[in-house]
Write a protein that binds this ligand. Structure first.
Ligand code: HEC
Ligand code: HEC
Length: 283
């Protein structure tokens, strides 16, 4: 390829001397200001590299970001460890009564609750049909710190042999007929002061005495030792319409909750217990 630098007639610009099939390349230099910026950024990048990157072996000069993160985390863990040790060594009542420990337990319990419990029990224990509200003072299995601790550890109606267990029978399977189920449902509604057919409720009361007080107790006040909910409080796990109550009597649902003994460490279960107890009406 011939390289002959010459002046271009049209532009008056010098060529580079490259020529392909009669087409010549003009030597148009980059604008100076552009070049200065380019050089400036190159110089700046060299300086920035040393400013921002760690220099291996140079003590104290920009430790790698990961190392700094690990140090921060370690400090946080050490701080937490102090509290976790106290939680481990304290009774539930002691945690509840010590403002500092309670604060820590509420934060730890709250975040574990959001991860593990809220999918069933709702945000802040607001509850959902079939999943009891934990932010109230109606307790199926008991609302003392110990009762809540036990429920969380072993759960309800699961494979754990220590799981809480009880089962309402299906009264629709030949124990009561449809009319009797309707009567006893009227009685159940009357317990929470709702207006019902008085005669039907009176007939239902007799049936309730015979079939239901063994678990739900006299007057339907409930029995935490059997997980039989109170029926006189307008708090319903499976709904409070007459149809829903009849359905529960005929073919009861049996709520299942997993136990957390194997899944969560003992400190977390304690923090959850205090958290749940504090949410609503802990007893
Ligand atoms: C898979 C759904 C599910 C998850 C997850 C779950 N629960 Fe439950 N929980 C239930 C059901 C269902 C019941 C009611 C069981 C029954 O019918 O007696 C229950 C009952 C309870 C009770 C007893 C309420 C009472 O009135 O006595 C407590 C306390 C409780 N759960 C706490 C928790 C905590 C804390 C967690 C998270 C570590 C959790 N639950 C996770 C389903 C769940
Ligand atoms: C063997 C004990 C037992 C007997 C007997 C029993 N129940 Fe129940 N009942 C329970 C349990 C336990 C639950 C809660 C089920 C659950 O948590 O999943 C329940 C739940 C209910 C509910 C739902 C409460 C709610 O909050 O939604 C109603 C209504 C009810 N029972 C009515 C009756 C009536 C009426 C009778 C008698 C005809 C009766 N039960 C007999 C144990 C019993």
């Amino acid at each position: 390829m011939p390289t002959k630098i010459e002046k271009d007639d049209v532009t008056g610009q010098e060529t580079t001397g490259h020529e392909w099939d009669g087409i010549k390349e003009l030597n148009n230099p980059l604008p100076k200001w552009w070049l200065y910026i380019l050089w400036a950024t190159i110089i700046w990048s060299i300086g920035y590299y040393f400013w921002s990157s760690p220099i291996p072996g140079v003590e104290g000069f920009q430790e790698p970001a990961r190392e700094r993160l690990e140090q921060t985390m370690a400090a946080a863990r050490a701080e937490q460890a102090v509290f976790l040790e106290k939680i481990a060594a304290s009774q539930l009542e002691e945690i509840r009564d010590d403002p500092e420990l309670l604060n820590f337990a509420m934060a730890g319990g709250g975040s574990s609750f959001a991860d593990n419990c809220a999918p069933c029990h709702g945000q802040g224990g607001a509850g959902a049909p079939g999943f009891p509200t934990l932010a109230d003072d109606a307790w199926i299995w008991g609302g003392t710190l110990d009762a809540i601790h036990e429920t969380i550890l072993h759960g309800v109606r699961n494979d754990d042999i220590q799981s809480r267990y009880s089962e309402m029978m299906a009264f629709g399977d030949g124990i009561l007929d449809g009319a009797q189920i309707a009567d006893v449902a009227d009685y159940v509604l009357s317990l929470s002061g709702q207006s019902v057919d008085r005669e039907a409720a009176a007939r239902g009361e007799v049936l309730f005495e015979e079939n239901c007080v063994a678990c739900h107790a006299e007057g339907g006040v409930g029995d935490v030792t059997q997980g039989a909910p109170a029926l006189n409080d307008q708090v319903w796990l499976y709904g409070g319409t007459k149809a829903e109550i009849e359905a529960q009597i005929a073919q009861p649902q049996h709520g299942v909750m997993p136990g957390w003994l194997e899944r969560l460490d003992p400190e977390t279960v304690k923090m959850l217990t205090v958290y749940v107890h504090t949410l609503g009406g802990g007893q």
